[in-house]
Design a protein around this ligand. Structure first.
Ligand code: MN
Length: 331
């Protein structure tokens, strides 16, 4: 792919040329967004550049181990916008990073690097590779583009990029786990990525409250429509019972998809100001289409939506009707 290499090369040249950088990923940064922001920030600083790294509105507890995090301005924009180069990572459109219009417009060069299928070419330089597992995979290719040993990732940078790879591929199980994703992962391990810490913190750490909430959720799991639909409703009372917040439900919605025959799993949460719903599918059902009917979106196997003007029971029943129609003809 000539085009791909050309756009990487052009971006690498722009990075060498720039002096004052602003770097941001998307809102509510995930491992890929934050890992890439940190790795690129560190590389540019090693090259003697000035970098303002930004993430908003907050950093999840499971990502606070990432090396170099103290360099990131969390939710705080700079006082003046005198950047020559602005880098948006993981943002399929220019709004994904938040209210950054003034900064994006002030840049001499706006660079956009992303791997989402629906990404728009809003930058002066764009590198959108929907075949890449993660933005981290692309950033590693960018490091390689330099062909300078000094530009190979340091162990800390490798840890940041490996975090992006491992989280975006779901620990190397999603269909984006390509040969290239594994090649890059292998290279990052060789460069000193701290795989043990990443696994321990991201995948093998849960609080007492989170485990109790998981127990409550599994107890309340209901199977419907010939066991093709699993529904879990967590009400305000369930959260209050353990002093838990709706944010402490990570991973719960995926549990029912382990049951053979489950096509759709829904976690319906009664939050203080809204009802939020997470959807997962195991086989062929595209749950992003279901979420879209309720004003949400996402991926074929993982999506969600929020409703503000209905009770938890109303949302659950409207959703059940839609799911019933979708799964009724599945053998
Ligand atoms: Mn990503």
């Amino acid at each position: 792919m000539e085009n791909r290499e050309q756009s990487l090369q052009a971006i690498w040249k722009a990075l060498l040329k720039g002096q004052r950088f602003f770097i941001a990923g998307h809102l509510n940064p995930d491992g890929d967004s934050l890992g890439c922001t940190l790795a690129v920030t560190s590389l540019l600083e090693r090259l003697g550049k000035t970098v303002y790294a930004y993430a908003a509105p907050a950093i999840g507890n499971d990502l606070k181990f990432l090396p170099g995090l103290s360099k990131v301005h969390v939710g705080v924009l700079p006082d003046k916008y005198d950047f020559d180069t602005v880098l948006l990572l993981e943002c399929s459109d220019r709004k994904r990073g938040g209210e950054l219009d003034a900064i994006l417009n002030s840049a001499q060069t706006l660079i956009n690097i992303d791997h989402h299928l629906v990404s728009e070419s809003y930058g002066d330089l764009n590198h959108i590779d929907s075949g890449a597992s993660s933005t981290a995979e692309i950033i590693f290719q960018l490091f390689e583009e330099s062909q300078e040993p000094i530009c190979l990732p340091t162990p800390d940078e490798a840890t940041c990029l490996y975090t992006g790879l491992v989280t975006d591929t779901g620990r190397f199980v999603h269909s984006n786990t390509t040969a290239e994703a594994l090649r890059v992962a292998s290279a990052l391990v060789a460069l000193g990525a701290d795989v043990d810490t990443i696994n321990q913190v991201i995948y093998f750490t849960k609080s007492y409250i989170e485990l109790k909430l998981l127990g409550r959720a599994l107890e309340k799991m209901e199977m419907r429509f010939d066991n093709k639909y699993s529904q879990i409703i967590l009400t305000k009372r369930d959260f209050e019972a353990f002093g838990a917040t709706p944010a402490q439900t990570q991973g719960i919605v995926s549990q029912p998809t382990m049951i053979p025959g489950v096509e759709v799993s829904a976690l319906i949460k009664e939050e203080p100001d809204k009802i939020s719903v997470n959807l997962r599918s195991r086989n062929g059902v595209d749950v992003s289409k279901i979420a879209q009917l309720f004003g949400g979106g996402g991926h074929a196997r993982a999506s969600g939506f929020k409703v503000t003007d209905q009770t938890v029971t109303e949302v659950a029943e409207r959703l059940a009707e839609v799911v019933q129609n979708v799964v009724k003809d599945i053998a």
